[in-house]
Design a binder for this molecule. Structure first.
Ligand code: PMT
Length: 406
């Protein structure tokens, strides 16, 4: 087989729209990666984008002229907006500013990129990049919702330090991550037609009306797994404990607080699910008697009586019509030994074990490294972003699940 045919985006026509934001420089790397994977890339820039990066950069990368003007004298001999709109298999706008999102949502056509966006029948994806307050503003959130309802894919943004000195959601996804989204959207989803339920985040076990026992789970790993499953074409139900994360899209979101709530939510929606993935850090114990009133300080010591919670994962795996079951094991030592014990004791098909004894992986942080075990095999996924780990894990799950059904 030729080298070209091995590339994931061979023969794919990608129109890259670049708008005016500081993240425009990342679009050049994204463009390079698309080409490296065999895509035929054409670039359309807004005039604001040209304030941040030169068209010549994209011309050199793609070997094609860069399109910018709505009324272009050269267009008679080259592609005009209708031809570009017809040509593209996928239009990705990266970075997508608040302004372009608002105009896209309202159907404006006052520049070439917007005109193409209205005229194209191809898939459209946007990678928002802006100040975190602008991103969180109700107007922007509403525009994103409108676009999602119309089928536009919204990739990101990331949360973190921003060029303006603030911290929060609004950073454009890294080029490597955007490439992953493109590869996924251009493939027929491997999990098309399958239903997956995923638990994520911590649970909170109430002591009294104001206090609870919980753990350090942020939900990042579970939400990343949910997004990866959605990207692979699955219909995802995400059962989540209390977290401060944007939910992946499109998803059926079921919220809960305690281990008991999570158990009820899972059990009442598990019927018909093909795969169950337990990423949540579910409390193993709950308070036996939750106080109705706030407990007052009195004695120097206080005893709390704890009782075991129900094991959600094991209960799902014990169902007569059990879905393909994937567990997570959070361990501080003897990773493989404890993980394989859980694999057998809970009657699982796969277990993903991660270390939770340091600061580089596991709870709260953005990265993880996991060892995946199943009856006859295992695979190590080295330290990388939870999004990338999730994509690799979903690939392994898909492979095992499909081979199990055949
Ligand atoms: O949320 P993050 O900050 O991104 O952190 C990610 C993570 C470390 C929480 C995640 O990667 C992880 O390891 N999740 C599982 C945590 C855990 O509870 O592990 P465990 O070894 O105690 O439980 C084993 C499995 O049983 C898990 O799949 C768990 O969801 C499930 N379980 C446990 C107890 C219970 N009552 N019900 C369950 O379903």
């Amino acid at each position: 087989m030729s080298k070209l045919l091995n590339k994931k985006l061979s023969n794919k026509k990608i129109l890259l729209g670049v708008t005016g934001g500081i993240a425009a420089y990342k679009a050049a790397e994204f463009c390079r990666l698309l080409i490296k994977q065999g895509a035929d890339v054409r670039v359309v820039m807004t005039s604001a984008a040209k304030e941040f990066i030169q068209p010549l950069t994209f011309q050199a990368l793609t070997g094609n002229r860069v399109y910018a003007e709505l009324f272009d004298a050269d267009a008679q001999n080259a592609m005009d907006h209708i031809e570009l709109a017809r040509w593209a298999d996928l239009l990705v706008i990266a970075p997508a500013t608040a302004d372009i999102l608002a105009k896209l949502a309202d159907g404006y056509t006052d520049n070439l990129l917007l005109t193409i966006s209205l005229a194209t029948q191809s898939k459209i994806a946007v990678a928002p990049a802006m100040n975190q307050q602008m991103y969180q503003n109700q107007a922007t959130q509403k525009n994103i919702q409108v676009l999602q309802q119309r089928g536009v894919k919204v990739w990101g943004p990331d949360v973190g330090d921003q060029a303006c000195g603030e911290t929060g959601p609004g950073r454009m996804l890294e080029a490597e991550h955007l490439l992953q989204h493109v590869e996924q959207i251009m493939q027929p989803g491997k999990l098309n037609g399958y239903k997956i339920m995923i638990t994520a985040g911590p649970t909170r076990e109430a002591i009294d009306p104001v206090r609870f026992i919980s753990n350090r789970s942020s939900g990042k790993m579970g939400y990343a797994v949910a997004q990866a499953a959605i990207n692979a074409g699955a219909e995802v139900t995400l059962v989540t404990g209390p977290v401060c994360l944007q939910s992946p899209q499109p998803v059926k979101l079921l919220t809960c607080q305690s281990a008991d709530d999570m158990y009820q939510q899972v059990m009442s929606h598990i019927d018909g699910q093909d795969i169950f993935i337990g990423t949540a850090a579910v409390a193993d114990y709950r308070i036996l008697n939750i106080a109705d009133e706030k407990i007052k300080k009195s004695a120097d010591e206080m005893d709390l009586k704890l009782v075991r919670t129900q094991d959600i994962l094991a209960s799902v795996a014990a169902l007569k019509d059990k879905p393909f079951c994937v567990g997570f094991a959070a361990e501080t030592s003897e990773l493989e030994q404890y993980a394989r014990q859980k694999l057998h004791n809970k009657n699982l098909d796969i277990i993903a074990a991660n270390r939770v004894d340091g600061s580089a992986s596991g709870f709260e942080v953005d990265n993880n490294a996991i060892s995946v075990f199943w009856e006859e095999g295992s695979k190590q996924l080295s330290l990388k972003s939870k999004n990338l780990i999730a994509t690799e894990l979903v690939d392994i799950i898909t492979e095992q699940f499909i081979s199990c059904r055949n």
